[in-house]
Ligand binder design. Structure first.
Ligand code: GRF
Length: 213
């Protein structure tokens, strides 16, 4: 068994992604230890999952800081104190400045096949609405795990998982399928690959997961 990879999970809202990671860890399927949950809001419903599982929480709200730099510094100070190796954004809606020591250590999952339907303003239902409204019609959507840099949804991609877009899809049915069939499978696969040292770079400098299972 791989050593447990110490991570922090960053949330802003309902925390379904966090809950899925906790469930996978409890099932013995993910060699990750969530040492800290950082929430951008003190009222994020997802905080309940941290509390139920006795995971330490840091609430770091941007309104309490003079600027993005100070706000980001507070988030990463909390991560350093928790001695995590990676930071996984999970429904986190804030743009952070990534400090040098966390370069290529911050991950995000986005509910589309980036670079399609990503960037500022593409979050939650808006992403799926845009997929369904696209012309010519999209036949596939899915999820992307990528490194986070200082631009929304722009960092190097690590792995994607596709789902079908159906003729009669609504925003709800598509977002459910992407969440259940792509996001909930993909994030654990990528995090387990980090835990086992299977995230590699090819000759073109692109990241990939070796022996993805
Ligand atoms: C998912 O669509 C995920 O891709 C995005 O946030 C949504 C989940 O939010 N980053 P949450 O985990 O339920 O808070």
């Amino acid at each position: 068994m791989a050593k447990k990879l110490p991570i922090a999970v960053l949330i802003s809202g309902t925390g379904r992604t966090l809950k899925n990671l906790i469930d996978r860890i409890e099932a013995g399927k993910l060699d990750v230890e969530i040492r800290l949950v950082v929430s951008s809001s003190k009222s994020a419903p997802g905080l309940q999952y941290a509390e139920q599982n006795r995971i330490p929480v840091a609430v770091v709200q941007s309104s309490e800081f003079v600027g993005k730099q100070e706000f980001s510094a507070a988030v990463f100070d909390a991560c350093r104190k928790a001695q995590v190796e990676y930071v996984a954004m999970a429904g986190y809606l804030k743009l952070l400045e990534i400090p040098e020591d966390f370069d290529n250590k911050v991950l995000n999952i986005h509910p589309s096949l980036l670079p399609k339907f990503g960037g500022e303003g593409f979050y939650g239902r808006r992403v799926h609405h845009a997929v369904l409204a696209a012309e010519p019609k999209e036949t596939k959507s899915g999820a992307t795990v990528h490194f986070v840099n200082n631009v929304y949804d722009d960092g190097p991609r690590i792995m994607q998982m596709e789902v079908e877009v159906k003729e009669d899809d609504t925003i709800e049915s598509l977002s459910d399928r992407v969440l259940q069939e792509a996001e909930f499978e993909l994030y654990p696969i990528v995090l387990q690959a980090f835990a086992e040292g299977r995230v590699k770079k090819n000759a073109k400098g692109e990241y990939y997961v070796e022996n993805a299972k």
